[in-house]
Design a protein around this ligand. Structure first.
Ligand code: ARG
Ligand code: ZN
Length: 925
């Protein structure tokens, strides 16, 4: 439960509580929309059927509809077959609601006509113009910007939608459900119309409309029961030859969901549209997914391997929502992880099955640890099912999505694939067409698996990253090994008291020969199988497990496969890590052993840098790393690339008490340079050996993907030395590569060089790149962020200069994240400049964006939330910028929530002029 404690309170901050969920007294089971589309004057005629909620006693209360930024043109009621205008005395319109004071007792209809201006809508929520395409985004609360409605996920309605628009401007007219996009009705006045019917009741957040002049790629998919589904992908001019991969990905997704989850598609057609301006990655509107162009358009010539795999994953994600989200939806937004955590797990499993399972697992674990763990440790920490929220758009987080998926991943591990499938089948059939909760989901899991999940449910309530430590004790006489596992979740900003969780910890014991020993617990019956990896159920603060028949001392390998979203705090000796680097049979732990040794070594270097000591790399580390270099061409090349590259920045800094960005950069630089020098010849050999064989056809298959990755990693080390030869290698790769994976990596290597001549070369390549690709928005984004991340002085001035470039557009989130995000995240030394210029720049940008697109501004504002990791001077500078943002009178509530939570964690002496007051007692009811 949320701790409803008093908190430093800004009266404008108005938290909502999960506990306060109440069903509505009225329901809208059916809606008919007649939309006359226009760039500046779109008129929406909505006819809603209103009934009483049969589940509630009839109290005859007012009907309260949501609406925001709407111009109400007319309001009629239809009862007993009679239509009449409502009198002004019968309803109230506020800036948030349309209230019908005394609704009739019997079911009735309302006809509401509203007008909106898509061109002026820069929030990208509701109906807006993305360039020449008119489109919509309704999750979480955008439908209320289109018409007055019960804009909440527990109201499920069927939609009958008629769209009318100018034939020339909007030749394609799309909405959800079944329809024939090629067969519009000519109205004889330059406009045409089309009707769309969605038979599946859905919440308003899944409504979508798209209109514009677009190219289409058509295909079909035959479902498991032999139904033919028409597939269409729509894009703007210039992208039409780059959507084959997307179509193939869609067909793979549809097939996979049948094979692995038994889910068959349920409409006659499935449509995807890509738009240039979009607040998120993509959206699962029923039968009409809308995508950010970044996650749909892609081909080997213009996309990297990682991007192609990402595109496939996002297409899978949105498609899988058709069941986990659309057919079974959420009761309210606090339950968001019900659909998102589940769907992320499904898309992760999909990628595992399509590509390399081991690499995907490592990447997902590294991703969670580098991003979500930071969120858990900062001022915006929250459980996967939050209890208190100020702005629902702020819960689309790594915690709800990624941690949520790992929580379900634990259930999958505990239940096994067969039971998991039986339980998910039962979930989909029991709750089909309903809006439900995480508790409903876990109930089914418990019922079908027979596993008591009482304690496991705490994962939904508790925020923070559990810390696991372990000790082992071998007794030669009895040949037993006793392993004690201990858990502890440190307090978080939102929650001080924590409980012990139920978590599956997969462990292995590696014998001195380097081989895994068979694991038999003393409690096992005789003859029971003794596998080499066992899942132990840690259910208490501390538990000891005793293994029998262990023939000699062992090295424990804990949390194999990242079996729980936790942090292992026990720090093994360097020798033990080196041993596990060589022998661990578990991919994640083998990777993690190298990562840990690198982070440990980097921390020593950072200390040296902070104390102005000469930096030195221990020979033991250089040698251990040398083993990875020596074995780089054997086995899985993608895995090897991960053990050669340095860990992600966030993993390096995660456990530092105070963070000096200059010292961190110096340490990273020194380690990379030293390794590059020591193993210069080996890297050159690896580089040569991983060049693409002449005539090879490009394919996104693990062998090729891994080889290209290792090739680029080697080039990164070669380039680090900034020799003329290295620059030549990179320039050559940039020039001759036909695929973007190698081209972009080469460009990246050159743009990170600091030598004067190399920088001139980089300028030339960047110019060439822009000239070639200026019509491809995704590549222009790369171009912006590469420049924002360039080292050397004057980075901020360069970014400010680029904000005036034709390539930049403050109303396009992708551009903002590429340039401003590329600077704040990709250029830590410049962003954290001691003079505070980076912080001031970020605050200025957030304040400007507040009036344009507050969601983009909110995401940028999160950059400030890690302020406590820095020295007191930098903290003070960041705090003063956050206070400047908070003082903006029209500040968006989402930005206010993020910055407000950050400032809530600042110890403040109460003063008279402190505007923040103690919270008044919360109203009950
Ligand atoms: N449901 C969408 C997805 O996961 C994301 C919607 C984002 N909406 C938002 N308000 N941030 O694919
Ligand atoms: Zn999703």
């Amino acid at each position: 439960m949320a701790e409803k404690k008093d908190f430093l309170f800004d009266p404008a901050r108005n938290p909502l509580y999960r506990d306060d969920y109440r069903p509505t007294e009225y329901k809208i089971p059916a809606v008919t929309l007649d939309i006359a589309l226009d760039e500046t004057e779109t008129v929406v005629k909505s006819r809603i059927h209103v009934t009483r909620n049969p589940a509630l006693p009839d109290t005859g209360g007012a009907l309260v509809l949501d609406g925001e930024g709407l111009k109400l043109k007319s309001l009629k009621i239809i009862e007993n077959g009679q239509t009449r205008d409502l009198d002004r005395s019968e309803f109230v319109v506020t800036d948030k609601n349309l209230i019908l004071k005394n609704p009739p007792a019997k079911p009735f209809d309302l006809e509401i006509v509203t007008e909106i201006n898509p061109t002026e809508n820069t929030t990208l929520s509701g109906i807006y113009m993305a360039g020449d395409i008119l489109c919509s985004q309704c999750e979480a609360q955008g439908f209320r910007r289109i018409t007055y409605f019960l804009d909440r996920p527990d109201n499920l309605a069927t939609y009958d939608v008629t769209l009318t628009g100018e034939q020339k401007k909007f030749p394609v007219l799309l909405s959800n459900g079944n329809g024939e996009p090629a067969k519009t009705v000519d109205n004889g006045d330059g406009t045409h119309s089309i009707n769309w019917k969605d038979p599946w009741p859905k919440p308003s957040y899944l409504f979508a409309v798209v209109a514009g002049d677009m190219h289409v790629l058509e295909d079909t998919f035959t479902t498991m029961t032999g139904k033919k589904v028409d597939l269409r992908i729509y894009v703007q001019d210039g992208y039409e030859d780059k959507i084959k991969w997307a179509m193939e990905s869609l067909k793979r997704s549809m097939k996979w969901d049948e094979d692995r989850y038994g889910r068959e598609y349920d409409l006659d057609c499935f449509h995807i549209v890509a738009v240039d301006k979009f607040n998120a990655g993509a959206m699962e509107n029923k039968g009409l997914n809308v995508f950010n162009v970044k996650y749909l358009v892609g081909s080997p010539e213009v996309s990297t391997d990682d991007e192609l795999i990402d595109i496939e994953a996002v297409i899978g994600h949105e498609y899988f929502h058709n069941y986990s989200g659309d057919r079974v939806t959420v009761r309210d937004w606090f339950e968001l992880t019900l659909k998102e955590g589940f769907t992320v797990l499904r898309d992760r499993q999909f990628t595992e099955d399509m590509h390399s399972k081991e690499i995907k697992r490592i990447d997902d674990a590294v991703g969670l640890r580098s991003a979500q763990f930071m969120e858990d440790a900062g001022p915006t920490s929250h459980p996967i099912r939050p209890d208190r929220v100020e702005e629902f758009d702020n819960i689309y987080t790594g915690t709800i999505y990624e941690k949520g998926s790992h929580v379900l991943g634990m259930l999958h591990t505990m239940m096994g694939e067969t039971t998991w499938r039986a339980a998910t089948d039962e979930y989909f059939s029991r709750f089909d067409g309903q809006a439900v909760t995480c508790d409903d989901f876990v109930d089914v899991m418990q019922e079908v698996s027979g596993i008591d999940l009482t304690q496991f449910r705490q994962w939904y309530n508790q925020s923070g990253t559990p810390e696991i430590s372990y000790t082992g004790d071998y007794d030669a006489a009895s040949k037993t090994y006793r392993l004690t596992l201990t858990q502890n979740t440190p307090p978080t900003a939102d929650q001080s008291a924590k409980v012990a969780l139920h978590m599956p910890i997969a462990v292995g014991l590696i014998g001195q020969s380097g081989k895994d020993v068979p694991l038999a617990l003393s409690t096992d019956a005789a003859g029971e199988a003794a596998p080499t990896t066992r899942v132990l159920h840690l259910t208490e603060a501390s538990l000891t497990f005793e293994f029998k028949n262990v023939d000699g001392p062992v090295v424990p390998s804990i949390l194999r496969g990242f079996s729980a979203p936790v942090k292992v705090t026990t720090q093994p000796s360097d020798e033990e890590l080196v041993f596990r680097m060589a022998h661990d049979t578990d991919g994640f732990n083998k990777y993690e052993a190298t990562e840990r040794l690198m982070v440990k070594t980097l921390h020593k270097l950072i200390k040296q840098a902070e104390n102005d000591l000469p930096l030195t790399l221990e020979q033991g580390f250089i040698d251990a790393y040398g083993e990875n270099v020596k074995n780089a061409l054997a086995g899985d090349l993608a895995f090897n690339a991960r053990t050669l590259g340095l860990p992600p920045y966030n993993i390096i800094i995660q456990d530092l008490k105070t963070l000096d960005p200059d010292a961190v950069s110096e340490a990273i630089d020194f380690m990379k340079t030293t390794l590059a020098k020591t193993y210069a010849e080996d890297f050159k050999n690896i580089y040569t050996a991983t060049a693409a064989p002449a005539g090879e056809a490009y394919n996104v298959v693990p062998a090729q993907v891994g080889r290209r990755e290792l090739h680029n990693t080697a080039l990164g080390f070669i380039g680090k030395l900034e020799t003329p030869d290295a620059a030549l290698d990179a320039v050559a790769q940039y020039g001759h590569s036909k695929n973007m994976t190698e081209k972009l990596a080469a460009l990246g290597v050159v743009t990170r060089m600091t030598d004067k001549d190399a920088m001139t070369v980089a300028d030339k390549l960047l110019e060439d790149f822009y000239g070639r690709y200026k019509d491809n928005n995704n590549l222009v984004d790369k171009w912006l962020s590469l420049q924002a991340g360039r080292p050397a002085d004057g980075a901020l001035a360069r970014v400010q200069e680029l904000m005036k470039h034709e390539a930049y557009d403050a109303t396009n989130p992708n551009k903002v994240y590429a340039l401003i995000g590329g600077f704040t995240a990709g250029n830590p030394s410049a962003f954290h400049d001691k003079d505070g210029s980076g912080y001031k720049f970020l605050a200025d940008t957030i304040i400007d964006l507040n009036d344009v697109n507050a969601k983009t501004a909110t995401n940028l504002a999160k950059r400030f939330t890690q302020f406590k990791r820095y020295d007191s001077d930098r903290q003070a500078l960041m705090i003063s910028q956050m206070e400047r943002i908070m003082a903006v009178p029209t500040l968006d509530i989402g930005i206010k929530e993020i910055i407000g939570k950050a400032l809530d964690t600042v110890e403040k002496k109460p003063t008279n002029d402190n505007a923040r007051k103690t919270a008044p007692a919360r109203k009950q009811g």
